[in-house]
Design a protein around this ligand. Structure first.
Ligand code: R5P
Length: 295
């Protein structure tokens, strides 16, 4: 099998190839003067199975289209089977029509990957595993949080694991139980008009003097973890740190999190290999082990 790095997430792609003992190849890629993407898959894929790796962070639409180009290119070049690994899946949060007239964006993305010619699809921490059901083929949802969180926990004395919303509760519970740690969850409410976040429900938690580790699948504006950090400090926490998988860090997210007193931010290399001010954990070995029985 050949691991084919597309236009984003190539560091992780190379790591996965190394760990799987597979050949690594990259696409020939450039941007035309008018902004369109040109992409060519190397002819060495002919007759071989190909695992295309593409992360869909910003600019999401372009990354998505380039992925479709790579899939079509690999099929045109005569690949035996085309599989895909998506370290970060964009549009995953719009997994249903929340209001009349809204599209199911996650379904659009997954439908088109299949239509373009992907047979099997693996995704690292999709927002919800269930949404992969929109893909009409075999899927694998890889939860890298146990691996990433255990690296964060190594550096904190007796942390309290805090889920910043109900969506993260299962993940936080799993991490806490695996390490015999205390945990709790708060719930948030996001305004559908301006995106602002406030805490909807926060049961009493004994956080006084505790080192809190907030766990979430992704950080975009930082609003979710900032609200959780304010809650933790308000309840007397001694320190607050964050571990997430996808560090999207839109706008001034990083600065705002530091201003909120968050001591450290740890994430996976599903987006970038290095981010100033954050600690990035290489998950390529973990992903390769999860993939080995799938592709
Ligand atoms: C949403 O439910 C996700 O799990 C994250 O909590 C959310 O997307 C983070 O976004 P932000 O950083 O903008 O609050």
């Amino acid at each position: 099998m050949i691991v084919l790095g597309c236009t984003a997430g190539t560091g992780l792609a190379e790591g996965v190839a190394r760990e799987l003992g597979s050949r690594y190849a990259s696409v020939d890629y450039r941007i035309f003067p008018d902004g369109e993407s040109y992409l060519k898959v190397p002819s060495e894929v002919k007759g071989d199975d190909v695992l295309i790796v593409q992360s869909m962070n910003s600019p999401q639409d372009k990354r998505f289209f380039e992925m479709l180009e790579a899939i079509d290119g690999a099929n045109n070049a005569g690949a035996a089977h085309v599989y895909a690994l998506i370290p970060y899946l964009a549009y995953a949060r719009q997994d249903k029509s929340f209001a009349e007239g809204e599209p199911i964006s996650a379904k659009i993305v997954l439908d088109h990957l299949r239509y373009a010619g992907v047979e099997k699809l693996a995704v690292v921490n999709p927002h919800k595993s269930k949404e992969l059901d929109y893909f009409r083929g075999s899927t694998l949802s890889i939860d890298a949080m146990p691996y990433v969180a255990s690296r964060a926990i190594e550096e904190i004395e007796n942390p309290f694991i805090l889920a910043p919303d109900n969506g993260a509760a299962e993940m936080a519970k799993g991490v806490a139980e695996a390490h015999s740690l205390d945990w709790g969850t708060i719930d948030k409410e996001r305004s559908r008009s301006d995106g602002s976040i406030k805490i909807k429900e926060a049961p009493n938690m004994a956080l006084k003097g505790r080192n809190v580790l907030i766990i979430d699948d992704m950080i975009s504006s930082g609003g979710t973890v900032i609200q959780a950090a304010k809650f933790a400090f308000g309840a007397g926490a001694a320190s607050v740190r964050v571990a997430a998988i996808h560090l999207l860090l839109a706008g001034n997210a990083l600065g705002a999190m530091k201003d909120a007193g968050i001591e450290s931010i740890l994430g996976a290399n599903s987006i970038e290999e290095e981010i100033d001010g954050c600690k990035i954990i290489d998950i390529s070995g973990f992903i390769a082990r999860a993939l080995s029985a799938f592709v």
